[in-house]
Design a protein around this ligand. Structure first.
Ligand code: CA
Length: 251
């Protein structure tokens, strides 16, 4: 389902890091986030953005580690390999803004956060940038809600993250499936819940991402245009025309 941000107040962020890959054994020659001032819990031992902790040393596209963590935010990122997928849906009972289905090629690997950005991760950002803290943060595993686009811009610039494009989001959500969903709705989402739930409690998709269907929506980098799919580029599309922002992945 494609959504407009004006319709959904509980929008949240799927943080996306884009960095240059490094060759095996080279941990110094990268762009990417600035080195953290915080002590690093583990040394960086392989190909990952400088300052990130490698959680899975298996190498993926272009020699990047498959799973890394940013110790500044505690956000875990999973590597997404380039590839081609069918974006959108031509179902008769589907929404017009999901049509037409079309082939899209993602040409570059990227890292995408494995969960919606949590309250705990957001608080680390507020603390690092000396912004007012919430009085009662509650469960730190909850997805952070009610983030404005300007706040996302500040968060992304501070950590050298960026939002995924809508195509990058859907490619990672589908995780190879051509069906409408990557599993049974009651296993992967929160269709019976009336409020947000802690992340990571439902079954992830085949590539390890949680709550891509259900819980809060995630911001995408694209401007929203209900008819964009009809003129979408075949490679790395991103709609930049329009004043509203695209959200994906809610209940
Ligand atoms: Ca979601």
């Amino acid at each position: 389902m494609r959504c407009l941000w004006i319709l959904l107040m509980l929008a949240t962020l799927a943080a996306c890091g884009e960095t240059d890959p490094v060759t095996p054994g080279d941990t110094e020659g990268t762009r990417g986030p600035a080195p953290s001032d915080e002590p690093q819990p583990l040394p960086v031992r392989g190909p990952a953005p400088r300052g990130f902790v490698i959680l899975d040393e298996t190498l993926g596209a272009e020699g990047w580690a498959r799973k890394i963590k940013d110790p500044r935010t505690n956000i875990t990122f999973l590597l997404v390999e380039p590839g081609t997928f069918r974006m959108g849906s031509d179902r008769e009972d589907g929404q017009d803004n999901e049509k037409p289905a079309h082939d899209v090629r993602i040409t570059k690997p990227y890292y995408l956060a494995e969960t919606e950005t949590t309250v705990g991760q957001w608080i680390r950002y507020l603390d690092a940038t000396r912004q007012p803290m919430p009085g009662e943060p509650g469960d730190l595993r909850m997805p952070q809600a009610r983030i404005t686009f300007e706040e996302i811009r500040g968060f992304s610039e501070y950590y050298s993250y960026r939002l995924p494009t809508e195509a990058e989001w859907e490619y990672a959500c589908r995780a190879g499936t051509t069906e409408d969903l990557y599993g049974d709705l009651h296993d992967i989402g929160w269709q019976d819940a009336w409020s947000a739930q802690p992340v990571r409690l439902r079954r992830p998709n085949a590539w390890g991402f949680f709550d891509m269907i259900g819980n809060l929506n995630e911001w995408c980098a694209d401007a929203y245009d209900a008819e964009y799919y009809a003129r979408s580029l075949a490679e790395d599309p991103q709609n930049e025309t329009g004043s509203r922002t695209t959200l994906r992945g809610g209940n």
